[in-house]
Write a protein that binds this ligand. Structure first.
Ligand code: 1GP
Length: 243
C-alpha cells in the first residue's frame, strides 16, 4: 500500500501550498457530454484534487464516476465515502472516515469492520481520517443521515479535544465539515484551534461559497479546502478567482 497522496499533502502543508478539491457527489453531477465538459473544466482550473462521494446516495454510480474522473483528468481522485458500497479500487485514495464528533458506533467502527476485508485486498492508499461535523444548524443531510450531533461552532475546545483524541488514536488526517450545503462554513476559530493543536493535515469543507471563503479557511490553517454545492449549482470557477 503506498502513501503518496498523504505524503504530498504533508509536503504541501510544510510548504504552505494550499490545496483545493472539487467534491463530486455521484447523485448530483451531470452525466454524458455534460460530465465530460465539467471534468475538463476541473482539469483546467486551479483545483488540485477531486473528492468523490456523498453521505446519502440514491441513484449515482460512484465507480463509473471515479473511472471517468481518472480517465479525463490528471488530478488525484480521492474517495470520500458515505458508506462501504461507495468504496472502489479505481480511485487513488480512500479517506477511511470515522465520525469522531458523533457517538454512533456504526460510523465510528461498525461500517469499517464490514469494509475492511475488501479494502485489505485492494490496491488503494487508505488514510485513517477523523471526520468531525461542526455547526449549529439548520440541520444538514450529513447530521440527519448519521443521526449525530455536530460539535457546536462556538466550542473550538471541543473540536480540539476531539481532533487530539483522534490523532492519539493514530488517525492521519482531520476533516472538519460543516456538512454539504451548510448555511455557515466552519468558523475560522475552530479551524485555527485544531490546526494549532495537531500536526496532521487538515481538510475543511461545507458551505464555502467563494474565493474569499477559501482564503479565510486556508489562512486559519486548512491544508485542503473542499467545495461541492456551490460548483454543482453553477459549474463555473469564476467566483473562485481572487477579485
Ligand atoms: C461536504 O465538505 C463537503 O461534505 C463540501 O460541502 O457541498 O457545502 O461545498 P459543500
Amino acid at each position: 500500500m503506498n502513501n503518496n497522496w498523504l505524503e504530498n499533502l504533508k509536503i504541501s502543508k510544510r510548504q504552505n501550498e494550499k490545496r483545493f478539491a472539487v467534491l463530486l457527489d455521484p447523485d448530483k453531477i451531470p452525466t454524458g457530454e455534460e460530465l465530460y465538459k465539467w471534468l475538463n473544466e476541473i482539469e483546467q482550473s486551479r483545483a488540485t484534487d477531486i473528492l468523490i462521494g456523498g453521505s446519502h446516495l440514491s441513484k449515482g454510480n460512484t465507480e463509473e464516476l471515479v473511472k471517468n474522473a481518472k480517465k479525463q483528468t490528471s488530478l488525484p481522485v480521492v474517495l470520500f465515502p458515505g458508506s462501504p458500497e461507495q468504496v472502489t479500487e479505481h480511485a487513488d485514495v480512500l479517506l477511511f472516515l470515522s465520525l469522531v464528533s458523533g457517538r454512533n458506533a456504526d460510523l465510528l467502527i461498525g461500517r469499517h469492520v464490514e469494509a475492511a476485508p475488501l479494502i485489505m485486498v485492494m490496491d488503494i492508499e487508505t488514510i485513517a481520517t477523523a471526520y468531525l461535523l461542526v455547526g449549529d444548524g439548520p440541520l444538514t443531510t450529513a447530521a440527519y443521515i448519521t443521526q449525530t450531533l455536530p460539535i457546536p461552532s462556538a466550542k473550538p475546545e471541543l473540536a480540539v479535544a476531539t481532533a487530539s483524541a483522534a490523532v492519539l488514536l493514530g488517525m492521519q488526517a482531520i476533516y472538519l465539515d460543516a456538512g454539504s450545503g451548510a448555511a455557515n462554513s466552519i468558523p475560522t476559530e475552530v479551524v485555527s484551534a485544531v490546526s494549532n493543536a495537531v500536526d496532521v493535515p487538515i481538510i475543511v469543507g461545507g458551505g464555502i461559497q467563494d474565493f474569499e471563503g477559501m482564503e479565510r479557511v486556508w489562512a486559519a490553517g486548512a491544508d485542503l479546502v473542499v467545495l461541492g454545492t456551490v460548483l454543482e449549482k453553477v459549474r463555473d470557477f469564476s467566483q473562485l478567482t481572487p477579485s
